[in-house]
Design a binder for this molecule. Structure first.
Ligand code: C2E
Ligand code: MG
Ligand code: MG
Ligand code: MG
Length: 274
């Protein structure tokens, strides 16, 4: 009986596994066509200067308008894109599209308006991102000083030396570098000072309980103070309430982003905001 149960479990596991393999194969095939069929879109989430309440930039966030009619968020397909190498043409498309849009916004934007772009997790070490960014800047005519490339703290922790090289190469192009989702790997706080970083984006998980958790407030305060002593600006991510916005501003946080301030919007809405 035990043996039969064991076999049953194995069979259930095999079924789950083959279902997952199927899902990935279908997703890969669909994703391959998504670029040609122009199903990919960019949403732009505004960043605001917390002291003046003015628009300080936008972050490009990828969306996939699937033929089934649903809009897929990056968390549901970027992993497969990275495993299959499809992230490379997708990344090129994102950079070219966003830089061209931003070039159009520049005449109406203030001098401090920046375009934030997310660095894919997989190819931090191969230098491809630097080449892609350079190509997008060349083809769009966008000033490198208008661009900030975001790399997550966990990407940096995977291989610190590799990350250091990649961030330095990006900076040599004249673009800024941001540490995204900062605080999720708190141990690296002291390593921050060895990285060439212009902006630190405090992860939303620290902001969530900011109003009533003293410990979170202490952590946020120390990250803000350390960042400032390294001449990096700080962005609070995932601001969902007025109280969170106020506490961050009072702690000296420079910029804010979150549903309370603005949801991701289309390119035409960014033009309208400017
Ligand atoms: P991220 O760079 O940390 O982007 C912020 C994510 O938080 C976005 O989700 C955004 O919609 C969401 N968000 C913003 N404000 C709030 C808020 O107030 N509350 C909550 N709960 N969420 C908020 P999204 O668009 O699903 O993107 C998820 C992640 O996918 C991004 O995290 C980024 O790492 C990655 N990603 C997005 N676009 C691209 C891309 O073009 N290339 C690459 N390589 N990665 C991308
Ligand atoms: Mg980001
Ligand atoms: Mg983030
Ligand atoms: Mg985040």
């Amino acid at each position: 009986r035990a043996k039969r149960q064991g076999r049953g479990r194995t069979r259930a596991f095999d079924t789950a596994l083959s279902r997952e393999v199927d899902r990935r194969l279908t997703l890969e095939a669909d994703l391959r066509q998504a670029i040609e069929r122009q199903e990919l879109e960019l949403a732009y989430q505004p960043l605001f200067d917390l002291s003046s309440d003015t628009l300080a930039g936008v972050e490009a966030l990828i969306r996939w308008r699937h033929p089934s009619g649903t809009v897929r968020l990056p968390g549901s397909f970027l992993d497969v894109a990275e495993e299959t190498g499809l992230i490379v043409p997708i990344c090129e498309w994102v950079l070219a599209t966003a830089c061209t849009a931003a070039r159009g916004w520049v005449p109406a934007a203030g001098p401090r308006f920046k375009l934030h772009l997310n660095h894919a997790a997989c190819h931090l070490g191969d230098g491809q991102m630097t080449a892609h960014v350079q190509a997008a800047l060349d083809s769009s005519g966008l000033d490198p000083g208008r661009v900030v490339v975001e790399v997550t703290e966990s990407q940096v922790l995977t291989d610190f030396d590799e990350a250091h090289t990649a961030l330095s190469a990006l900076r040599a192009l004249g673009v800024g570098v941001a540490l995204d989702d900062f605080g999720t790997g708190y141990s690296s706080l002291t390593r921050l000072q060895r990285l060439p970083v212009d902006v630190v984006k405090l992860d939303g998980s620290f902001i969530e309980h900011l109003e009533h958790r003293d410990r979170d407030r202490d952590v946020v305060r120390s990250v803000i103070d350390l960042s400032h002593s390294l001449h990096a600006a700080v962005v609070g991510e995932g601001i969902e309430t007025d109280d969170q916005q106020r506490v961050l501003r009072d702690l000296g946080c420079d910029l804010g982003q979150g549903f309370h301030l603005a949801r991701p919007v289309g390119a035409a809405q960014v033009s309208a905001m400017l």
